[in-house]
Design a protein around this ligand. Structure first.
Ligand code: PLP
Length: 349
């Protein structure tokens, strides 16, 4: 449980003062009665998408709130989690003043977003076994440190972090701790969403892009205190989640059993891949993965990457990331795709 935390010290002054844009759909939302809508300059002829979408995505949020056991006021939806992460920068990080802490090797967008927003990115490497270096992270924070990004399960390593270490950071980091759970649905570990009431500085991001199989519709989800969500709501573009996305997401969320069975297949395929990779002579290490990908250390990543391309298989060479020299990342594909990867790897000279 975190005691002293005052979000008002963290918000950018211009955001705190901001009067948000009020859209037509914000100003009138009592939809119980049949109304004639002549307020938003839309084309009135119905084609399914001629009206602006609900800027607060209330139906979608209510389904998510039930499934995740949170209040709808604790949810913000974005055009992918990348938009959600960008909103966090824009709400809390004063350009050329603030800094954020990121923990490489990790997801590359945090650094890019820091660059776009003119915010210093303080990097604290993970330890050699891909754990959090808690004391070094805390040593690097100062009064301008606004966000700390913890990706768990982590991309590209696939590993998860020690729970006590994460708790300690939530207790001792003075800014907002963002836990990126893009891969949580592949893991046995409990989501940090369940701890939101204990940590007022906690933000959890999830996405429909990975386990939910909807990368194409762009839907990212942010769970946090109602206070943090209201700040993000102030600055988000009014119609940031389009109507088609809201509809497709709802359909998918109503078929949660389909998603669960796809995850089962992918996890089984991952175990199959891991077993097979152990027999490939040039693979030196297979990192324990809690996600839908496997990071492996090979003899020569550039060479193996090219050889796989020539056989029609695209993987990710992660060698430019610290602690990831000569590593390749394999996403778990369909059973057929995985078999092709295995056969090809075993045939390479
Ligand atoms: C893929 C991924 C995301 C997803 O981003 P979207 O914009 O929601 O598609 C977020 N974080 C990490 C760590 C990822 O690997």
């Amino acid at each position: 449980m975190k005691k002293s935390f005052n979000i008002h010290h963290l918000i950018r002054p211009n955001v705190a003062r901001l009067q948000p844009y009020s859209s037509a759909r914000d100003e009138f939302k009592d939809v119980d009665q049949e109304m004639v809508f002549l307020d938003a300059n839309e084309n009135p002829f119905d084609n399914g998408v001629n009206r602006y979408p609900d800027p607060q995505q209330r139906i979608l949020k209510s389904v998510l709130a039930t499934q995740k056991n949170v209040q709808t006021e604790q949810i913000l939806l974005g055009n992918g989690s990348d938009e959600v992460l960008d909103l966090l920068f824009r709400a809390f990080c004063e350009p050329n003043v603030a800094n954020v802490l990121t923990l490489p090797p990790t997801y590359g967008m945090y650094k890019v977003l820091a660059g776009i927003n003119a915010v210093t990115n303080r990097e604290v490497l993970l330890t050699k076994d891909f754990e959090l270096d808690v004391s070094e992270i805390l040593k690097q924070q100062d009064e301008h440190s606004k966000l700390l990004f913890i990706c768990s399960p982590n991309n590209p390593t696939g590993t998860i972090f020690n729970k006590e270490a994460v708790s300690e950071l939530l207790e001792k980091f003075k800014g907002i701790v963002v836990i990126d759970e893009a891969y949580i649905d592949f893991s046995e570990i409990e989501s940090w969403i369940t701890r939101l009431s204990e940590y007022p500085n906690l933000v959890v991001t999830q996405t429909l892009s990975k386990a939910y199989g909807m990368a194409g519709i762009r839907l990212g989800i942010c769970y946090a205190s109602a206070e943090i969500i209201s700040v993000l709501n102030k600055i988000k573009p009014p119609y940031n989640v389009n109507e088609l996305t809201q509809q497709r997401a709802l359909e998918r969320l109503h078929n949660i059993l389909d998603i669960k069975s796809e995850i089962e297949v992918l996890l089984k395929e991952k175990r199959k891949l891991e077993n097979a990779l152990a027999d490939v002579t040039f693979i030196e290490n297979i990192y324990a993965s809690e996600a839908n990908f496997i990071l492996v250390k090979v003899d020569n990543a550039a060479k193996r990457y090219e050889q796989l391309i020539l056989q029609g298989i695209v993987t990710r060479n992660r060698s430019n990331q610290p602690l990831c020299e000569n590593t390749l990342r394999f996403t778990v594909g369909t059973p057929k795709e995985n078999n092709k990867l295995i056969t090809t790897l075993k045939s390479l000279q």
